[in-house]
Design a protein around this ligand. Structure first.
Ligand code: ARG
Length: 458
């Protein structure tokens, strides 16, 4: 059989053109969605009397048979048939004869491809939400085991104030929570049905778009056929949410790389999540977080790529739009792979509580607390800050930490110091007094974890 659109042509398509413009090498990933869309369309055509009901049934049966072959991996897709839509239509006609040619009544590949991608992203978005929840669950488990584990909290990567390690981990829980909300919200727009828009202007046949929406589970129908076939904002939105998710994953990965370095040794990633060096026998490399960090770049690229494809396109459909797919698949697959690895990596990592503790004991991250102490004794905060700055300088010069200074030394800096100063400097105390809502005190972290558990839909 020649091209489905061959009637108007007098020459064969140049082979290079055929290869260059074909999308079947990648859009075959939409086979299931394409068949699902066609089944709903043809059922509606039959119900509306646009084609005889017996023909609709024959076509549906044919599509079901093709679906089985696709599932079994027994279909050979052909470049000469350009894309998934024409490959399947041709297979159908081969299978059930000329009646298969009635499937495309009142439809165009333009509304068909947009529908396929809405269906695809709806499934993937729902699956990704579940994968995010697996990561959130792993974070909660580690957090629960580490409410009283203290770690230096950093700003500018300089020790700032000690925090509960659980608090640090839970920061990522909430980032992923917002990512999940973004994905859920995007489903509202993914659930608009393009099918029934025709090539750009609608169709002359008395179709029933509500029925197709109902059969395919769409909430709304695009009210404008030109918009329906030419915008890809639902994909841009997905790629943008995907980029935000990868940003969060990447920041966490960066921390895992730092924490597992010889210099920090705060955590040890499980052997099964690391690799070795081909030359240096002692190496245990954090490849997984590194690759996660690295893969973030391609998701930004996919977002920029599609925005750039769209920015100059006149309405309505243009073949440039075919470039919307590979980036979308790539971001979906990158997210799936990343989230699937992140959850078990967090679950299996060892937390070196002693090393973290040693770090806390040997720093000045309790300095703010002495400033607050003097403020409680009546000194204005700015003056207290100045006094403590001098104490810290003095301690550094005398090779001591704040808990090592004698009472006389404290008194030398301010007569407001009393014996109770040592009580406020203990790291547990420093953490426990940050008991404001959302703070790092154990009571707050416990409450936060309860809130977090309420967000999981398992
Ligand atoms: N493969 C095409 C795409 O992905 C399908 C739509 C083609 N439409 C057309 N009028 N050539 O965009």
């Amino acid at each position: 059989m020649s091209k489905l659109w061959g009637g108007r042509f007098t020459k064969e398509t140049n082979k290079l053109v055929e290869e260059f413009t074909a999308s079947i090498s990648f859009d075959q990933k939409l086979a299931k969605e394409d068949i699902a869309g066609s089944m709903a369309h043809v059922q509606m055509l039959g119900e509306c009397g646009i084609i005889p009901i017996e023909d609709a049934i024959k076509i549906k049966d044919g599509l079901l048979a093709i679906r089985k072959l696709v599932d079994a991996g027994e279909v050979e897709f052909l470049v000469e048939d350009e894309d998934i839509h024409m490959n399947i239509e041709k297979l159908l006609i081969e299978k059930i004869g000329p009646v298969g040619g009635k499937l495309h009544t009142g439809r165009s590949r333009n509304d068909q491809v947009a529908t396929d991608m809405h269906l695809y992203l709806r499934t993937k978005t729902t699956e990704l939400i579940k994968l995010i929840e697996d990561v959130q669950q792993a974070l909660i488990e580690q957090a629960k085991a580490n409410i009283h584990t203290l770690i230096p909290g950093y700003t500018h990567l300089q020790r700032a104030q000690p925090v509960s390690f659980a608090h640090h981990l839970m920061a990522y829980f909430w980032m992923f929570e917002r990512d999940k909300e973004r994905l859920m919200d995007s489903l509202k727009r993914i659930n608009w049905l393009p099918l029934g828009s025709g090539a750009l202007a609608g169709t002359t046949f008395p179709i029933n778009r509500e029925r197709v929406a109902e059969l395919l589970g769409f909430e709304t129908i695009y009210p404008n056929s030109m918009d329906a076939v030419s915008d890809r904002d639902f994909i841009v939105e997905f790629l943008s949410i995907g980029s935000i998710i990868m940003t969060h994953i990447s920041r966490f990965s960066e921390e895992l790389v730092i924490w597992s370095s010889q210099e920090f040794q705060f955590v040890e990633l499980d052997d099964s999540f690391c690799t070795g060096s081909s030359i240096m026998p002692q190496k245990k490399n954090p490849d997984v977080p590194e690759v996660l960090r690295g893969k973030t770049g391609r998701t930004y690229g996919n977002l920029m790529g599609l925005l750039t494809v769209l920015k100059g396109l006149p309405l309505a459909y243009n073949k440039d739009l075919q470039e919307d797919k590979e980036g979308m698949f790539d971001t979906v697959e990158t997210l799936e792979g990343s989230l699937k690895l992140l959850a078990p990596m967090v679950e299996t990592m060892t937390i070196n509580k002693d090393v973290m503790r040693k770090a806390i004991n040997n720093d000045f991250s309790n300095a703010t607390d002495i400033a607050d102490y003097l403020v409680r004794k009546g000194l204005p905060f700015r003056e207290a800050h100045e006094v403590i700055g001098k104490i810290v300088l003095y301690a550094i010069q005398s090779n001591k930490f704040l808990l090592d200074l004698s009472f006389e030394e404290y008194q030398g800096f301010s007569p407001l110091f009393e014996e109770d100063i040592y009580g406020v400097l203990a790291p547990e105390q420093v953490v426990a007094v940050r008991n404001s809502f959302g703070g790092t005190a154990p009571a707050q972290v416990e409450h936060q974890i309860v809130l977090a558990e309420g967000k999981l839909h398992r």
